[in-house]
Design a protein around this ligand. Structure first.
Ligand code: ATP
Ligand code: MG
Length: 437
């Protein structure tokens, strides 16, 4: 992408409405613009990252055996009356009436809708287990939307719903998602901390939240340092030992924290306290929805069985804020490669120099041809402004071409994260970035 042809409205000044660094940087880097309180437009750069994050979430859901579909944002109130949640959900639910005076709502979550899809489509235990998910916009009319995409009113969520014939199978589904979550967040360059959690309005009796450590996080965390070392590839979701181990370790948010238990179970050198951002939550809630909504299948002996369910959310749009909180420095964002909007920022130091421009155009064409995502700063602007813009938007690598290096047929390759810089012949730079030799 040529920057001259792109839409990247950067802000020079720190926007006064932004209280935390991720919100500031997302505004300054031209990723989002607020359209109303807690409701954002995703500008081209932000949208690219949102799609990268979405794709990682999708790949790990698919790998865990979940099946993607897409439910609508608007739902009929009747389904929520069936489950009994329509009246109890409260003011966070945006209620709408259509022209025929039917009660509708903008979905804050989808347990009812998916249970309805399930009961109409699956009739026998032979068709279980099933795990269905979608990645769709949600609306929650938060009292205090704040911190940009971190606590929005409209936000993108991945929500999956598992259906099993009995509790043992449902708990295995729960831990399969648990392992997939660890993998998902690690692939984004994050260190997830899974903590036991309250179930809130979703309900149920087994739940974990996944947090990313950040001083600006809204939750207090208390945990055994060992929790962070968990290797999800060792989680056998059907093993009762593994289930018991995870269910019993000490890691909690402030609401669930029990100081006496913490001190009794975790030796002082392993006790950790931190602030965290909740990026995902998993719930096992049995028949809380299948019972009232009559989501039953014929069991092995023909008798009807209410299915055992769980639900699994990831705050996809919130993750962008969480990643930036974890990955930035005083110059701007430092994207992990897996979610970066472009891999390389190519900087032409002197656009008026025909040789520089030819070298940049050629390298840009060659990299693009090789499938590398390049943002090419071909604008006629000061060198300082170009470097500041590239550092702000945080692409993992910068290729810098100017008359001085070019005289020796060299390009400067900078790594954003370490600040390392090295002059290389063009072929070496190309091979470095494409992984060729
Ligand atoms: P919170 O405690 O932060 O209000 P929650 O527990 O109500 O979140 P869940 O129902 O668990 O949220 O939703 C799944 C995920 O969706 C959360 O883990 C979080 O990452 C994300 N999420 C929830 N509310 C918001 C919001 N207002 N803005 C952005 N993301 C959100
Ligand atoms: Mg939650």
């Amino acid at each position: 992408m040529r920057l001259s042809a792109y839409f990247l409205p950067l802000l020079k000044e720190n926007p006064s409405e932004a209280q935390i660094v991720s919100h500031r940087l997302m505004l300054r880097a031209g990723m989002i613009r607020q359209s109303a309180a807690g409701i954002y437009t995703w500008l081209p750069l932000g949208w690219r990252v949102l799609q990268k994050v979405t794709q990682i979430v999708r790949e790990e859901q698919d790998r865990a055996g979940a099946i993607e579909l897409l439910m609508p944002t608007l739902q009929p109130a009747e389904l929520w009356r069936e489950s009994g949640r329509y009246d109890v959900y409260g003011k966070e639910m945006l209620r709408i009436r259509d022209r025929h005076d039917r009660d509708m709502l903008y979905g804050p979550t989808n347990e009812e809708l998916i249970t309805d899809i399930f009961r109409n489509g699956i009739k026998s235990y032979r068709d279980l287990p099933k795990n269905l998910y979608h990645i769709q916009w949600k609306f929650r009319d938060e009292v205090r939307p704040r911190f940009g995409v971190m606590r929005g009113r409209e936000f993108l969520m991945k929500d999956a719903y598992s259906f099993d014939i009995d509790k043992a199978a449902a708990v295995a589904s729960y831990f399969r998602m648990f392992a997939a979550y660890m993998k998902t967040f690690k692939r984004m360059g994050l260190t997830p901390i899974p903590v036991r959690a309250d179930t809130g309005p979703i309900g149920g009796d087994l739940s974990h939240e996944f947090h990313v450590q950040a001083d600006t996080g809204e939750s207090g965390l208390f945990y055994d340092a060992d929790v962070v070392n968990l290797d999800e590839s060792n989680i056998d979701p059907t093993s009762p030992d593994v289930q018991a181990y995870i269910a019993n370790w000490y890691a909690a948010t402030d609401e669930k924290h029990d100081k006496a238990e913490f001190e009794a179970r975790v030796p002082p050198e392993r006790r950790r306290e931190a602030r965290g951002i909740e990026v995902g939550q998993v719930f096992y809630f049995g028949t809380k929805y299948s019972q009232p909504m009559n989501a039953v299948v014929a069991g092995p002996d023909g008798t009807p069985v209410a299915v055992e369910m769980g639900s699994y959310g990831i705050g996809v749009s919130r993750l962008l804020g969480a990643i930036i909180e974890a990955c930035h420095d005083d110059k701007g964002i430092v994207w992990p490669e897996s979610v970066a909007p472009f891999k390389v920022g190519l900087i032409n130091l002197r656009v008026s120099d025909a040789g520089c421009t030819k070298a940049c155009d050629d390298l840009y064409a060659r990299l693009t041809q090789a499938g590398i995502e390049v943002l090419y700063d071909d604008r006629d602007q000061s060198v300082g402004a170009k470097f500041a813009a590239m550092d702000l938007i945080g692409l993992p690598y910068q290729f810098v071409i100017g008359p001085r290096g070019l005289a020796n047929k060299l390009v400067e390759v900078r790594t954003r994260k370490t600040g390392e810089s090295k002059e290389m012949p063009f072929d070496a730079a190309f091979n470095f970035i494409t992984g060729g030799s």
